[in-house]
Design a protein around this ligand. Structure first.
Ligand SMILES: [Fe+2]
Length: 179
């Protein structure tokens, strides 16, 4: 289960009901996939081949179709990030810029960890600390960014309505302080 940290106060929110209530209040979709369904060679593997990425998508075919039927996604893929990723530092630097999109940004964490940092009108920025099985969707036009944690590795399924709906629009925010 994801955990939340409110950056301005360092308050932590944990426990299924509390996390869900907080995220739902911010219109952030949060669901779970059963990652125990993954074949052993697909779990905690951060250097997936193209065939293995397809096998990940096949494993979660029902979940992807269900989400897409409810939320209109039309394409999906698998992204991997780890020390084996060429230009990891440059990619992370790009991900860590605050931005918005014209469609929601949905990710299902397959392996590893990551943090979505999302702006709340009420609380300022909050971290959503993600683990395998977490499915999260940042609402459209909501300032956010993404980063890794100390283990610096993640595999996630991304779903899109329109590929160009995911273009990042920079969001300059003088109120944001990196923590
Ligand atoms: Fe984004």
């Amino acid at each position: 289960m994801a955990e939340i940290r409110i950056r301005n106060t360092n308050e932590r929110i944990a426990g299924d009901d509390n996390v869900l209530e907080f995220l739902n209040k911010h219109e952030v979709v949060y669901e779970k996939w059963d990652v125990s369904k993954l074949a052993p060679e697909l779990s905690e593997n951060f250097t997936l081949t193209d065939e293995q990425k397809q096998a990940v998508l096949d494993t979660f075919d029902a979940e992807i179709k269900d989400l897409s039927a409810r939320r209109g996604y039309r394409t999906w893929d698998v992204i991997t990030l780890s020390e084996a990723t060429p230009d990891l530092e440059a990619k992370l630097a790009k991900f860590e810029e605050i931005h918005t999109h014209t469609e929601d940004e949905i990710r299902a964490i397959v392996s590893g960890n990551g943090i979505f940092i999302i702006k709340s009108p009420e609380h300022g920025y909050f971290d959503v600390e993600l683990e395998p099985g977490d499915v999260i969707s940042v609402p459209e036009n909501t300032p956010h960014f993404f980063t890794l944690v100390d283990n610096r590795k993640i595999v996630a399924v991304r779903l899109f309505v329109e590929t160009d709906g995911w273009v990042a629009h920079p969001f300059a925010d003088s109120s944001f302080q990196k923590a």
